[in-house]
Write a protein that binds this ligand. Sequence first.
Ligand code: GLY
Length: 354
Amino acid sequence: MSKKISRRHFFSRSFGLSAGALLFKDFPIFQSSAASKIPLIITSHTNETGEKAMETGWEILAKGGSAVDAVEKAANIIELDAEGMGVGFGGLPNENGVVQLDASIMDGKTYNAGSVACLENIKTPCSVARVVMEKTDHIMLVGRDALEFARKWGFKKEDLLTEKARERWLRWKERLSDRDDWGPSEHLKNLKKKSPGSKESDEIEHYSGTTNVLAIDKNGDIAGVTTTSGLSFKIPGRVGDSPIIGAGLYVDNEVGAAGATGRGEDVIKSCASFYIVLRMKEGRKPLDACEDAMKMIADKYRKVNPNFFPGEQFVAINKQGEYGCTQMRGKRPARISVMTKDGYTRHEGTVVFK
Ligand code: GLY
């Protein structure tokens, strides 16, 4: 049986974290307060690279620069990190061993957006998306033509498959089975009972390490980036939610912004980022709006497979500089990096279904 969202659960979680805050300075609060500062930049990336990305974005915002510059340059830091296996250079490849990247950018001030999908050989796909946004009347370019477009605008063609990612891909190939992506949708696959002897380690391990970066500049203008190498070992040509405006990213300059990570198939069907921004427009706080989207997705599956909870994480900011993040399921709540004039902090959100 699936569990319903319980307000009591959220409150107890909130109190638990308040107590924990005394011990763990890195995760000081449950949800931002109305006193949050603008300018502000956040990312779903919470390791050292995420911190470096926030410093880079903050330098731009602190000098009065635009939110769109801040999110692009911050995301570039994460894209260029060869150690990160979910984004840009070093990202895990598709099933043929080819790294295919998806990215989007949206500028609330101009209500403009750009994206690229299945882009190969370019380390900074969100910057190509920005060129699509600013230099064309289109929103999305894909595949070989996106690469050609990028080359014409001076982006360098490079090999994106690191030794570490290649080794992971080869290990995945060794274990290929009827549990790879060739077959029914994930939520229908889960209806089949696992054979009695099957262990967790028998499952094909997919990895999606997408990154969202959202910012508000000193003028109150809002922008966002979502960038990813997508689902690891995906079928070549597969496009996830990240480059789809309204799914992996959405910005409304009057309301706020939202971004998604996790299994893109479910985010696409639910237009999750658009839904979160819509909920904020209706008066919901960022965290509540993110939780609403999770519940909406779980509700969609309830009749088909009540035990299916796609592994999603959502982050959101509103016009007032409040922020929140949540995770569909799991032991570890969603986390985000936040940078304001008060410095860099990491914040912990919620898990919607325990
Ligand atoms: N959320 C990233 C993807 O599914 O491609």
